[in-house]
Design a protein around this ligand. Sequence first.
Ligand SMILES: Nc1ncnc2c1ncn2[C@@H]1O[C@H](COP(=O)(O)OP(=O)(O)O)[C@@H](O)[C@H]1O
Ligand SMILES: [Mg+2]
Length: 256
Amino acid sequence: MDQMLKIDHASKSFGGLAALADVSFSVTQGQVKSLIGPNGAGKTTLYNIVTGVESITDGAIWFLGERIDGLKPHVITQKGIARTFQNVELFENMSVIENVMVGRHPRSGTGVFGSALRLPTAREEEGEILKRSMELLEFVGLGRRVHEDASGVPFGLQRYIEIARALATEPTLLLLDEPASGLDSGETETLSELIMKIRDIGITVLLVEHNMDVAMEISDEIVVLNYGMKIAEGTPREIQDDPEVITAYLGDEAYA
Ligand SMILES: Nc1ncnc2c1ncn2[C@@H]1O[C@H](COP(=O)(O)OP(=O)(O)O)[C@@H](O)[C@H]1O
Ligand SMILES: [Mg+2]
C-alpha cells in the first residue's frame, strides 16, 4: 500500500483568515478517501492547493514521492491528478463529447498549432481523442448522449460529463468536490456506484462529500476538517463515533 498523496503540514491563509491550518494526511493508492466537514472548513481550498490553483502559505505537498507544491496546474494534471468542481463547470456551447475531448488535449503531443493546421499526426490524434472520449462517456453511462448539447443534459447527468472530462486526462488520482450535491437519493446511489467503479479500474479517489451517509458508505478512510484544521481521521466507523466530529456537525446549521 503506497502513499500516493501526502499533505504535509500545509497551511493556506487568505489575508488574516486561515482557510487551512497545519493540515497533514495521506491518501493511499487504491483507496477512496473522503474529506468531510462543515461549510467553510477548507475542503475546496485543499483541492485548490493540491491542483496548483492556489499556492500554500506553509508546508509541502507530495505526489508519488515528488514535491508538487509550487508547480503549475497543467503540470500537476500531467503528473496524474484530475479534479471536478463543486459547481459543475461545462462549456455550454459545446456538445457532451466535445466537453470530454477538451480534457484530453493537455495530454496530446501536437498541441494547438498541429491541431489548427490539421497535420496528419494531429488528425490521427484527433481520432484517438474521439475514441477515448467515447469510451469514457460509455463508462460513466452517457454513451447515448454524446452528441447532445452539454447545456441540454439534465443537471443530474452533467456531473458525469465533468467526471468523464477529468478521466480524459488519464489521472491516477481523482479529486471530486461534492459530486452528489443537488442529486436526489436515487441519483446519489448511481453516483456512488460510479465512484466505486472508478476505484476498481485502479484510480485512487479523494472525495469531498457533504452527504455524510455517502462518505460513510463508500470510503475506506475519512478526514474531517473544521475551521481549516484536521479534527479527526480514521475509518468510517471510527469517525462516526468521534465526539469532536459530532459536535462540529451539530454546530453547523447546514447539517442540523
Ligand atoms: N480565494 C479566496 N479568498 C478569500 N477567502 C477564501 C478564498 N477561498 C476560500 N476562502 C475562505 O476560506 C474558507 C474555506 O473555504 P472553502 O475551502 O471553500 O471551504 P469548504 O469547501 O470546506 O466549504 C472560507 O472561510 C472561505 O470563505
Ligand atoms: Mg467547498
